[in-house]
Every structure is written in structure tokens, then in C-alpha cells.
Design a protein around this ligand. Structure first.
Ligand SMILES: *[C@@H]1O[C@H](CO)[C@@H](O)[C@H](O)[C@H]1NC(C)=O
Ligand SMILES: *[C@@H]1O[C@H](CO)[C@@H](O)[C@H](O)[C@H]1NC(C)=O
Ligand SMILES: *[C@@H]1O[C@H](CO)[C@@H](O)[C@H](O)[C@H]1NC(C)=O
Length: 227
């Protein structure tokens, strides 16, 4: 996992490759390709952190809205930690969340995901001093446990702290964080509840928030369902 993770800068390419291998195997085994195509879900576009050869991935954060800051450790010498930067693909947004490398969700991890289907975006330009909330919607998930994550950016594309970030599940508060530019929470046994996110800057800063749901078991971002 570690090696392939470190080397696969573009998970997208890997997934496509895997898909074709499966498709070829399917043809050889006599099942029509059409069936394989039908069961393939919407193509996942994302960019995950990568490390140079000889270095092992440790953690990552969002340096900017479209750039990952990646911490890589020399596999021969743990004291040698390099910080490298990976650019997101076009129309992707960097979201900070947690990721299980060995066991629990303990490693800060940044992923660039496609804006169109997986990111819920809202801003406070209407009334910068007031609380601003996202639309209330569910996530399209087949497994049970998910992590929700919000990252907030200033107009210059840098992460910016706000006074309050809070999330609700069917109108009931999940948790609140103070003076952070990011928010995450794990939801166990998720079953189509509607999720809403809100923030208050505590200033007149104009900021934009980006939220997404991460499928813990399948290690991927979820479709933000439109209902
Ligand atoms: C959120 O930001 C804080 C402060 O920079 C950082 O310590 C923490 O790891 C971040 N969380 C995630 C999930 O990246
Ligand atoms: C994710 O995991 C669930 C069960 O753990 C599985 O049924 C499903 O096919 C997986 N893939 C996707 C894309 O949801
Ligand atoms: C989730 O569901 C399982 C099985 O139904 C149950 O044992 C567990 O306590 C539930 N966890 C939460 C956090 O609701």
C-alpha cells in the first residue's frame, strides 16, 4: 500500500488502467464488455499526494486550493523529511481530511477532487459577517462509515481560519470547531441522512467553503447527491 501510494501520483490513471485490465479479463472470461461498463460507476477524478523515489508518504495538507503540500520521509533515514508540492488537476479542489495508513483515521491527508460531482461549495459574499450554510444534501454511499470534511479558502486561494465551522445531520448538530480552516467528522452507520455545513468568519473576510464526503472503507470521495 505504502509503495503504490507513494508512487501513484494520479490515482485516476491507476483506476483507468485497472478498469481496462478488468475489462480485458472479462472479455477473456466470456462476459460481454457491456456488463462491465454498466457496473463501472462514474469515473473518479482525483489527485492524491505523491513522493519522490526512495521516500515514503507521511502526511499532507492543502497548501493552496489547487496545490498539495506533501511530507515525505526517506525510507533509509527517518530524520530526512522532504516537503514536496503536487499540483491538482484542472477543475479540482484540495480538501483536507484524515486517512488511515496503518489503522485508524489518524493521518492528515489532502486530496484534490473534481468540483463538479463531489464538492459542495458555498460562500459568504452575500453577508460576510453572518453565518453562511451549504445546501442540505445526502451522499451517495454503499458502505457504512464516512468522514465529512470542509476546507475554507480566502479569495487568494490560501486556507483561511474562520471562527466557527459546524455540521448537521438531519438538522442535529454533529460537532463544532473554532478558529480552524478545516473541519472533519466521522459518521458511522450513515444511511442517507441529509448533511448541512455552516461557518461564521467572525470578521468581514470574504471566504469560500468546500465540503466533501470520504468513504472510509473504499478510500474514495463520494458523489454529492443532488437531492
Ligand atoms: C486541519 O488544520 C490543522 C492546522 O493546520 C492541522 O493541524 C490538521 O492536521 C488539519 N486537519 C486535517 C484533516 O488536515
Ligand atoms: C464500496 O464498499 C461496499 C461495501 O463495503 C461495496 O459494496 C461497494 O461495491 C464498494 N464500492 C463502491 C464504489 O461503493
Ligand atoms: C452501527 O451499527 C452497528 C450494527 O448495527 C452497531 O453495533 C453499532 O453500535 C452502530 N454504531 C453507531 C455509532 O451507531
Amino acid at each position: 500500500m505504502r509503495i503504490s501510494f507513494a508512487q501513484s501520483c494520479k490515482l485516476h490513471t491507476f483506476l483507468l488502467y485497472t478498469f481496462f485490465l478488468v475489462a480485458i479479463a472479462t472479455i477473456i472470461m466470456g462476459v460481454p464488455l457491456e456488463n462491465a461498463l454498466m457496473t463501472k460507476r462514474a469515473e473518479i477524478q482525483l489527485t492524491v499526494p505523491g513522493c519522490p523515489t526512495g521516500y515514503v508518504y507521511k502526511a499532507s495538507l492543502c497548501d493552496e486550493i489547487n496545490r498539495l503540500m506533501v511530507f515525505c520521509e526517506n525510507s533509509q533515514n527517518p530524520d530526512d523529511v522532504q516537503v514536496v508540492y503536487n499540483d491538482c488537476g484542472p477543475d479540482e479542489t484540495c480538501i483536507e481530511h484524515y486517512y488511515a495508513i496503518e489503522s485508524d483515521l489518524d493521518v492528515p491527508h489532502a486530496t484534490c477532487i473534481d468540483n463538479e460531482h463531489r464538492v459542495r461549495k458555498w460562500d459568504n459574499f452575500g453577508e460576510p459577517a453572518k453565518e453562511t450554510c451549504s445546501p442540505e444534501r445526502g451522499y451517495d454511499i454503499e458502505s457504512t462509515d464516512m468522514e465529512i470534511a470542509v476546507t475554507i479558502y480566502a479569495n487568494d486561494g490560501k486556507p483561511i481560519q474562520v471562527n466557527i465551522i459546524v455540521a448537521y445531520k438531519n438538522g442535529v448538530e454533529i460537532s463544532t470547531v473554532y478558529d480552524q480552516h478545516n473541519y472533519t467528522s466521522v459518521i458511522r452507520n450513515y444511511s442517507d441522512e441529509k448533511i448541512k455545513y455552516c461557518f461564521t468568519t467572525g470578521s468581514d473576510n470574504k471566504v469560500t467553503a468546500y465540503a466533501a464526503g470520504w468513504d472510509i472503507e473504499n478510500k474514495t470521495f463520494l458523489l454529492d447527491s443532488k437531492s
